[in-house]
Design a protein around this ligand. Structure first.
Ligand code: PLP
Length: 381
């Protein structure tokens, strides 16, 4: 089904046959009768392997992402690391945008020691990927909307560059900042869609969890068996909470989209503000984003320097200073102190992140209250 599948949210789970097939059972050489009966229903056997609450959530989320199966993880980073571990071996290379979440950047710094070459391309020029891909490229990794400065990646273009290179590389897209409500990369040529459920999908800032949705079930089974071995599985109670959170994903996203667009427009008019990043402000964008209902709650903007930005953040009252994003409550943070604190000055420059940069995560509160909070905090900046 094309489009955001609200039926899957409100009427339960669409059946996705074999989404929980477990290769571990097919290959295990210690198959006992107990294992044989578990094979018939792996969700009722042992929770690292499968669990009914987790299975129900996986089917629901896979359907929302337009996938043919999905795996639930202990965190967004659990999803990212397990997916990459599953498809990269020593001698391979990964082609990755130079502008991605700081936690993923830190993970990639460990790859060269494991014999995996990390090749970076300039986010603003998707075509530059073509010169980096070769027969040992196993993964091309991008974010659909980049944290924190919200550049949109042209997913169909990246997919076509991979296809025309003749490479078998998988296109893995971290779609956390848009959520499946606004955008579904699997519909545009991605192989794997990664979501930090900690963010919009749970939406209440009370769970750390992650998810990967797969176009091809076999790839999902391969990743699931790595998850079982690594123990990066999520907990059933977290799955229960995410299952509650996702029921209101649609209405929450509509409010995040509306509030953030209005706030971005407001900031654009303020003399102290040097730059505002929010895709909804500008008409120009890759075709795949033209039908998005919105671009979520994150707005990035810059004041003239670090001190001004710090003073602004301290003066905010309704926007609380905290690291995360995408919950119902509004937050403010400085990426150079939090998500991107591990980056060197050169890496920050490459990712176009300034020391005066501020990231708002606009929640679902009353727009007038939010704007008034920003107006007061901007005084004297
Ligand atoms: N991907 C993006 C774009 C993020 O912003 C984050 C966290 O902020 C993650 C992945 C990691 O998610 P988690 O904190 O659930 O591990």
């Amino acid at each position: 089904m094309k489009g955001f599948n609200t039926r899957a949210v409100h009427e339960g789970e669409r059946k996705i046959e074999d989404a929980v097939t477990m290769p571990i059972f097919q290959t295990s050489n210690f198959i006992t009768d107990e294992f044989k009966s578990a094979q018939k229903n792996p969700e009722n056997f042992y929770t690292r392997v499968g669990n009914p609450t987790i299975g129900a959530l996986e089917r629901k989320l896979a359907s929302l992402c337009g996938g043919n199966g999905g795996v639930f993880f202990s965190s967004g980073m659990g999803a990212i690391s397990t997916v990459l571990y599953s498809f990269l071996v020593a001698g391979d290379n990964i082609v990755v945008s130079n502008s991605i979440y700081g936690g993923t950047q830190s993970l990639l710094k460990e790859f060269p020691a494991a014999g995996i070459d990390v090749r970076r391309f300039d986010q603003s020029n998707s075509l530059s990927i073509s010169g980096l891909i070769d027969e040992r490229t196993s993964v091309v990794y991008v974010e659909s909307m980049v944290n924190p400065n919200l550049i949109l990646t042209d997913i169909p273009k990246v997919a076509s560059v991979i296809a025309s290179s003749g490479s078998k590389a998988l296109l893995v897209v971290d779609n956390t900042f848009l959520s499946p409500y606004n955008f579904r990369p699997l519909e545009f040529g991605a192989d794997i869609d990664i979501q930090s459920l900690t963010k919009y999908i749970n939406g209440h800032s009370d769970v750390i969890a992650g998810f990967a949705a797969f176009r091809d079930q076999e790839k999902g089974n391969h990743v699931r068996s790595a998850m079982i071995r690594l123990g990066t599985n999520g907990a059933p109670f977290d799955a229960f909470l995410v299952n509650r959170g996702v029921k209101t994903l649609g209405p929450r996203m509509r409010l995040h989209n509306e509030n953030a667009l209005e706030i971005a427009r407001y900031l654009l008019k303020q003399p102290a503000v040097k730059k505002v990043c929010y895709p909804g402000l500008f008409e120009e964008m890759a075709d795949c984003y033209k039908d998005c209902p919105g671009f979520g709650g994150v707005v990035y903007f810059e004041l003239s320097d670090y001190e001004k930005a710090r003073s602004f953040v301290k003066k905010c009252k309704l926007f609380q200073e905290a690291t995360s994003l995408a919950g119902v409550e509004s937050l403010v943070t400085m990426p150079t102190l939090t998500s991107h604190s591990s980056l060197s000055d050169r890496e920050l420059e490459e990712a176009s992140i300034s020391r005066g940069g501020i990231r708002l995560s606009v929640g679902i509160e009353d727009l007038e209250d939010l704007t008034e909070d920003l107006r007061a905090a901007l005084e004297g900046c």
